[in-house]
Design a protein around this ligand. Structure first.
Ligand code: UDP
Length: 366
């Protein structure tokens, strides 16, 4: 055996593990089925604009140690995510805050906003919210739910809001101050030079083989190392033998435009059902780009099918209990450790991926 660890997938989880393992003197090999590193945070440069090829990523965390950790590999800019929501021809600020409420109801004070929301939910008699719809209604009332949440969520997840877990909407801050920062976290920004470069830095001195599909070369690769860190889909690893976990996939229609500034913001969400895409990303604004041209991506959400790219695990009861059964299988593995969004079937943000990888390193690389 030549390597201590074979790492399947060159995304953030695999890269953090590889970096830490190398520091401890371990020999790692990463195999990646795509033709590039960095998983879904990979960016592709077009006209000097870094295009988030697999969807927009904004780094944010409340953990100082995680912020310090990523800052070893890149300096971060001072981008603050402040998406705009477009419902038909009406524009609203996100997350749900006094700017949103003021536009929605023509009011000015927090008390007025709270009174309107309380009035809208009084007759709904929602106890402990049991699904996303109840959670959203009990937080922001019917108007905001109907205009800014229902259509967007049902497009993104392809499911009725009553069939989705409440935690998804809890990702969004709700505040009664005039503050459009989408995240509550202490630290936020985009790595200067881009995410691909950040991951490249993590992987310095580590052998990476691109265009290698582990599952298609399993017999040969299985014996290449003592242990395997697997960051692909856990159900696929097991040949779907307990059943298929559901994911949402995303398709991007990317366009180069001969205008300097198309929409005036990095992220515009289209929250009504009639527009088929969920959002338009104008990539240059993540880095305050001054190029004379621009690149935009329209984002379309669909149910994942075998052979497509999985993006979001659908963490409803059915899938979570199926995942539990895969996790039990995984717990019995002596040589394989699963991690990342796909290996752990979790709707992880980047900071949570890094936290999970470092936590695993503490156990695995004492
Ligand atoms: N969401 C919404 N309206 C919006 C933006 C978000 O209702 O304009 C809800 C929706 O349920 C979505 C969740 O918030 O699934 C998380 O959205 P976000 O854009 O933060 O997720 P991402 O795709 O960026 O991980």
């Amino acid at each position: 055996m030549k390597y201590d660890y074979l790492i399947v997938g060159a995304g953030l989880y695999g890269a953090v593990f590889a970096h830490e393992a190398k520091k401890k003197g371990k020999k790692c090999l990463i195999v990646e089925k795509r033709n590039h590193i960095a998983g879904n945070i990979y960016c592709e440069e077009i006209h000097g604009i870094r295009v988030h090829k697999y969807g927009a990523h904004i780094f944010h965390t409340s953990q100082k140690n995680i912020w310090d950790y990523v800052n070893q590999f890149a300096e971060f800019n001072n981008y603050v995510n402040s998406p705009v929501a477009r419902y038909k021809d009406e524009l609203y600020n996100l997350p749900f805050n006094m700017n949103t409420f003021s536009k929605m109801w023509g009011i000015t004070t927090p008390q007025e906003a709270k009174d309107i929301i309380a009035g809208q939910i009084a007759d709904l008699h929602i106890g402990e919210p049991e699904n996303l719809e109840e959670q959203a209604l009990s937080l922001v009332g019917r108007d905001v739910y109907e205009k800014l949440i229902k259509g967007y969520t049902e497009k993104q997840w392809g499911r009725d809001c009553r069939d989705l877990p409440a935690f998804i909407i809890k990702r969004l801050p709700l505040r009664f101050v005039y503050d459009n920062n989408y995240f509550n976290d202490r630290y936020q920004g985009i790595p200067m030079g881009g995410y691909t470069k950040l991951v490249e830095k993590m992987l310095e001195g580590i052998e990476v083989r691109l265009n290698v599909d582990y599952l298609a070369n399993r017999q040969e690769l299985e014996t290449a190392a003592d242990k395997i860190i697997y960051t692909g889909m856990i159900d696929q690893f097991y040949g779907y033998k307990l059943g298929v976990l559901e994911y949402r996939s995303v398709r991007f229609e990317t366009e180069e435009l001969a205008v300097e500034n198309y929409q005036g913001n990095a992220v515009v969400n289209y929250t009504d059902r009639e527009v088929p895409y969920t959002r338009i990303i104008e990539h240059k604004h993540f880095e305050f780009g001054q190029q004379p041209v621009t690149v935009i991506s329209r984002e379309y959400s669909s149910e994942w099918k075998k052979g497509e790219e999985p993006y979001y695990p659908v963490n409803n009861d059915r899938n979570n209990s199926l995942y539990e059964r895969y996790r039990e299988l995984a717990a019995g593995e002596k040589r394989v450790i699963f991690g990342g969004r796909l290996g752990g079937y979790q709707y992880y943000d980047m900071d949570k991926v890094i936290m999970a990888a470092l936590e695993m390193c503490r156990k695995e690389l004492p």
